[in-house]
Design a binder for this molecule. Structure first.
Ligand code: PLP
Length: 375
């Protein structure tokens, strides 16, 4: 390892910050109460609505991580003692949600929580299915979705899926440093906030003052202006590529990773292909191998940061984050490092098998526009 090369970052967030975004943040401090400021901020709120594919409602930007946005979503719509439905892990069964909401004929459940992309296990979930279950049960609960590791990388359709609050952060699909909690809420959630009548204490994350000032293009307290400058560029980059192309790129890169995992003879934590996440792969190591050894080996020998296994899967999985500003070359690089780290850690794999399978996949499936340009 040489100090001249910064570590190759393949954790599922924070992700790589594109140069254009970094440069957009490298500016002098500015006056967040300047009469010019709203010209910069108001279009960002509108453009974010398109990223979340909202049909109504608004977007809040807090100087926090995604967890702050979660606190905001909950404390502005629910009261202490309200009953909610959520699965302990991101992986949940839509059938179970359907059953429980159908049985709740008194409508005691005030909100249903689901995770669009569970980062610890690399599982994507069927949010449209949860909406269907709620509609079938004619259940009025709010639908809250964790989109921290999905928004900007996987298709989030808040309007179509009737999502009332979608929580995100700056450091994953938005390709920024950590520091912005981005919360998109529907009109129904805004109405729930109005009828809450102060039954939940809140201050920093309160919507009321945000709405009053945001409507004028300002914030109730000092906003993270550099990060919001970066956010402007990150939204521009997503739009320049086209959201559908961004999603397709994530699927393609994830498919290359999955081809490598298959070739190594290893398995993903997410068993069924329909649950496979296009932003992070949690890869099970064989019995008798500690996945932390693989992560440490990649770190110390090959200057590559992988995600460790968390909680129940600690020691059993390691994770490759493949979201944000990435291309085939970079995926090839991480697979190269992983392959060596696996072999060094005692996993019986053939060097070149995974990288070869990914290369095969990428070469066979090169996009038509790329082929046309190369011709
Ligand atoms: N939800 C998911 C799915 C996450 O992956 C994370 C962080 O990785 C969080 C919530 C917490 O977000 P933050 O670390 O931005 O507070």
């Amino acid at each position: 390892m040489t100090a001249m090369v910064t570590p190759h970052l393949f954790i599922p967030g924070p992700t790589n910050v594109p140069d254009a975004v970094r440069m957009a943040m490298n500016i002098p401090m500015e006056d967040m109460r300047s009469p010019e400021f709203p010209k910069f901020t108001l279009p960002i709120f509108e453009d974010l609505k398109k990223v979340f594919k909202m049909k109504d409602g608004r977007v809040f930007i807090f100087p926090s991580s995604g967890t702050g946005a979660w606190e905001s979503a909950i404390t502005n719509t629910l009261a202490v003692g309200d009953k909610v439905l959520m699965s302990r892990f991101g992986q949940f069964s839509v059938e179970k949600y359907a059953d429980l909401t159908a049985k709740d004929t008194a409508h005691e459940i005030k909100a249903v929580f689901a995770t669009h992309n569970e980062t610890a296990t690399g599982v994507s979930s069927d949010i449209a299915g949860v909406r269907k279950a709620l509609d079938a049960a004619k259940h009025p609960a709010l639908l809250f979705v964790d989109g921290v590791s999905s928004v900007g990388s996987l298709d989030m359709r808040m309007g179509e899926w009737g999502v009332d609050a979608c929580v995100s952060g700056s450091q994953k699909g938005f390709m920024l440093p950590t520091g912005l909690g981005i919360l998109a809420v529907s009109q129904k959630a805004l109405d729930a906030n109005k009828s809450l009548n102060g039954r939940m204490n809140r201050c920093f994350f309160s919507w009321e003052d945000m709405i009053k000032t945001n409507d004028q293009g300002f914030f109730p307290y000092t906003p993270a202006t550099q990060l919001i400058r970066g956010l402007r560029t990150s939204i521009d980059l997503l739009n320049a590529e086209g959201l559908d192309n961004v999603f397709a790129r994530h699927t393609r890169l994830a498919s290359g990773v999955r081809a490598a995992v298959d070739a190594w003879g290893l398995k993903l934590c997410a068993k069924e292909p329909k649950w496979h996440s296009d932003t992070v792969s949690a890869i099970l190591v064989p019995e008798g191998i500690d996945s932390n050894t693989v992560v440490k080996t990649a770190h110390y020998r090959y200057n590559t940061s992988l995600g460790v296994g968390l909680n129940k899967v600690a020691g059993k999985v390691f994770r490759i984050g493949h979201l944000g500003a990435l291309d085939e070359f970079m995926i090839g690089g991480v697979l190269f490092a992983v392959e060596m780290a696996l072999k060094d850690s005692g996993v019986n794999i053939k060097l070149g098998s995974g990288t070869g399978a990914a290369a095969e996949y990428f070469s066979k499936t090169a996009t038509k526009s790329a082929m046309a340009k190369a011709a």
